[in-house]
Design a protein around this ligand. Structure first.
Ligand code: ADP
Length: 814
């Protein structure tokens, strides 16, 4: 299918022609025939690198051309940035792109000025809860990696977001992109979409096994693939390269590490000698780092002096960016042309590693499976070093076929590699057949909705009510009938949904987040729920989000056994709608308010237990991510609890083993956060808790968001002192700083290290800085930051004066 024949305006066709795309790949042509450019819903389930993004782009551009707006939903923040960067290229066509992955409680109305908006599913959920107007203008939504509906923690939100968006914009086009999964047809049916499925890949993929020094590709799999790109490969000098095929069987020259042959290192060396790059998948972070370290000297010996020079520059940037030991290890690996990759890296480190690998400078990455989940980092050879993974409940378990296929799918860079090879390493002879059957000859599993559980539905039941998608129990159940869960489970789902929805309603009513009001005829019988926590006012009238609730289908009145009769309206309280907008689990809100109330009525004063007790309270909420307890943690955590008993709101009885164990995990996490806000260095924290910089950021970000929510909940309930405490805690968590720095930290551009330097020099507040002289301040924090500070605190200096000041030893701004 030639690009020239696409039914889109000429400038769009030219955009692609100019970037070298002249004709569509076969599955892309299938999607066009399925109505992608005719406003039809299309579910596309094709392998990695077979051109899903181009299809999403065409659908978006076509829709925008007709006056619409596109929403691109991604599962990961890192993926959002990657897509955002790509879509900003459409500025050449006059289209603007915006990205929204940040604070989950903000509306982001300004984003609506863009033609394309990229956001995570959580962010879209929050935008809906905050009734962001432009959502009603969306004409096409792209669901990237829609197979993640199967994920226990992220899937339910994705399902709900899709269901809500369809209600808001019934005419909206849906383009769903998925890896190959067994039941993609079922998802297509749910979305009322045409189904495009294909195994075609632009680069031939060989899937094989390495055992005892020999790599053997599986012929059955290679026969299925279809390589139309081979003949188009070019040599560096522009001449046509010979189409190469992977050897179906190859003896791999052994590399010894100590006295043993290392299979994976041998395979990596073999690829590099052949001019390719490698991705090695490991089962844990520790193994990923360990393997990079092990392979480093071998790979380093294959580098040219020029390559070494370039890598030294990249390593320098990594080492400059952070003073932790983990960063030093990463820098040293990168200097040798290898890297590791896992969620513990900081965003900056990940970015450097990914870009350097894409540019061919880093030759090998050893990674946990995070890299296989969507990031566009292909390599000639993908090595799956361990096909088993540790599971806390059941020990070492084989990885799912879907995960294997995602890793294998990364093999072969389109237009650059003559073929891709995925290699599983078999330790024993009998594993060769087992792995061939289990992974190479098997299809990926089916995906399954994870929406059915009460702890997943509670928050969505509340938001469905607060945004006016439903006003009574029957409308609620009707709403949930639009989910994939209901589609998958048919009639049965109605029964289980009804039970779970009723449980959620019980919770929300008990906790004052929603109340039941009998309709006009029975109004006198209305029972107002007891409120023992807050004086929560009910909004004047039940809100109808986006003013569309009246568009909802009329609900049939059916007899029901539930206590929530269909003649009663469910009205969210102010507390309920605040909780929904704050984007926290209603259970988290009730945990926070319950503990704050304990203080209000008890003998302990919340002001005295802070901040450790407050941090522990945050760690008690269901939204907080907790550190695992390792065997070495039990002695020190127990001792810590004993030494600080008076600082915890309550301590469970150790006889209740599992409850106490959970409590210890909360305490361990609270101590981590406590170290952070006590200005302990990131390196010391990383070592003490065996976590990466990326993890520390992640923990502090979640705690920061929950402290903000706690502060706002306290304010809503009229607890102003407590609200201020959480608000200070939020700021301390944001910067990782002690209370005495708070006043300085409110000035933009000052981090905790600079704030401490200023403080130590006697500049303890904005006012003190206002009386400072520029030379001293710039001596402490550097001229750039000094300028920023002065601008932020309202001291103006013209450029001439600034340059005079920089050149003299004294001076004070106007
Ligand atoms: P996926 O999202 O399916 O993993 P991508 O959309 O990222 O794959 O495509 C992989 C690569 O193939 C990109 O570099 C893209 O520019 C290129 N590509 C996509 N479609 C075509 C095409 N029809 N002709 C040539 N290159 C294409």
């Amino acid at each position: 299918f030639p690009v020239e024949a696409l039914s889109v305006p000429q400038p769009i066709r030219d955009f692609y022609l100019n970037s070298g795309i002249r004709s569509l790949y076969p599955p892309q042509s299938q999607a066009i025939s399925a109505g992608l450019l005719d406003n039809k819903n299309v579910m596309i389930s094709i392998p990695t690198a077979s051109g899903k993004t181009l299809l999403a782009e065409l659908a978006m551009l076509k829709s925008i051309e007709s006056g619409g707006k596109a929403l691109y939903i991604v599962p990961l923040r890192a993926l959002a940035s990657e897509k955002f960067r790509r879509f900003t290229e459409f500025r050449a066509l006059g289209y603007e792109t915006g990205i929204s992955t940040g604070d989950l409680d903000l509306k982001d109305e300004y984003l609506g000025t863009n033609d394309i908006i990229v956001a995570t599913s959580e962010k879209v959920d929050s935008l809906i809860r905050n009734e962001t107007r432009w959502l009603s203008d969306i004409s096409v939504v792209i669901l990237d990696e829609v197979h993640l509906i199967d994920s226990p923690d992220r899937g339910p939100t994705l399902e709900i977001v899709i269901t809500k968006l369809r209600r808001l914009n019934p005419k909206m086009q849906i383009i769903a992109l998925s890896a190959t999964i067994q039941n993609s047809k079922e998802v297509a049916q749910w979305l009322n979409a045409s189904h495009v499925v294909s195994n075609w890949r632009p680069t031939k993929l060989y899937e094989g096994i390495y055992y005892d020094g020999v790599y053997c590709a599986d012929v059955q799999t290679t026969g299925k693939s279809n390589n139309s790109e081979g003949s188009k490969l070019k040599n560096k000098d522009g001449t046509d390269a010979q189409t190469k095929t992977s050897p179906l069987e190859k003896k791999i020259i052994p590399v010894f590490i100590g006295r043993e042959i290392d299979a994976a290192v041998s395979l990596v060396k073999d690829t590099l000698v052949d001019g390719g790059q490698c991705l090695v998948f490991e089962s844990s972070r520790k193994n990923a780092v360990g393997f990079a370290k092990k392979a480093a000297p071998i790979i380093s010996s294959l580098l040219t002096p020029l390559e070494k020079e370039e890598l030294a520059r990249i390593a320098f940037d990594i080492a400059e960016g952070s003073d932790t030991e983990a960063a030093a290890v990463l820098a040293s690996c990168v200097r040798s042309g290898v890297s590791f990759h896992h969620a513990g890296l900081s965003a900056e480190q990940r970015e450097i590693v990914e870009q350097s690998f894409l540019a061919g400078k880093i030759k090998m990455i050893s990674s946990t499976p995070t890299l296989a989940a969507g990031l566009n980092l292909p390599a000639r050879r993908v090595i799956i070093r361990s096909w088993k993974r540790y599971d806390a409940n059941s020990g070492m378990q084989p990885i799912p076929v879907m995960e294997y296929k995602q890793m294998a799918g990364r093999a072969g860079r389109p237009h650059l590699d003559p073929y891709g090879e995925a290699v599983l390493i078999a330790a024993k002879e009998k594993d060769v057949e087992l792995l061939t059957e289990k992974y190479i000859h098997s299809s990926p599993e089916s995906i399954e909705s994870k929406l059915g559980a009460e702890n997943m539905l509670r928050t969505h039941v509340l938001s469905t009510l607060t945004n006016g998608f439903a006003r009574n129990r029957e409308q609620l159940i009707d709403f949930f009938k639009g989910t994939f869960f209901a589609h998958q489970h048919g009639l049965l789902s109605t029964i289980s949904l009804t039970t779970v929805v009723d449980k959620c309603l019980d919770f929300l009513i008990e906790n004052d987040m929603c109340r039941e009001q009998k309709s006009e005829a029975n109004k006198s019988e209305t029972q107002k729920p007891e409120t023992n926590k807050t004086e929560v006012k009910t909004p004047e009238k039940s809100k109808s989000a986006f003013q569309t609730a009246d568009k909802l289908d009329p609900i049939e009145k059916k007899n029901s056994n539930s206590v929530y009769g269909n003649d009663s309206v469910l009205i969210p309280t102010t507390l309920g709608s605040t909780v929904s907008k704050l984007y926290i689990d209603p259970l988290s809100a009730s945990v926070i308010l319950e503990d704050v109330l304990k203080f209000k009525s008890g003998t302990k004063n919340l002001l005295e237990i802070s901040p450790l007790g407050l941090l522990h309270l945050i760690c008690k909420t269901t939204d907080m991510k907790l550190l695992y307890m390792k065997s070495g943690d039990y002695p020190w955590v127990s001792e810590f609890i004993a030494d600080n008993a008076e600082r915890f709101i309550s301590i469970p009885d150790p006889v209740r083993v599992s409850e106490y164990e959970w409590f210890m995990g909360e305490v361990k996490t609270a101590v981590l956060l406590y170290r952070w806000i006590s200005e302990v260095s990131e390196n010391d924290i990383s070592k003490e808790f065996d976590i990466g910089e990326g993890d520390l950021r992640n923990f502090s970000e979640i705690a920061c968001w929950l402290s903000n929510a706690a502060s706002r909940l306290c304010r809503l309930c009229g607890f102003s002192e407590e609200s201020a405490l959480f608000s200070d805690l939020e700021l301390r968590l944001q910067y990782g700083a002690s209370v005495d720095l708070l006043s300085l930290l409110k000035i933009r551009g000052i981090g905790r290290v600079r704030a401490r330097k200023l403080y130590a020099a006697g500049f303890k507040s904005k006012d003190a800085l206002k009386k400072s002289d520029y030379i001293t301040v710039s001596g402490l924090v550097g001229p750039k930051i000094a300028e920023k500070i002065y601008r932020d605190i309202g001291l103006t200096m013209d450029a001439e004066e600034l340059s005079r000041l920089k050149n003299t030893k004294t001076g004070h701004p106007k």
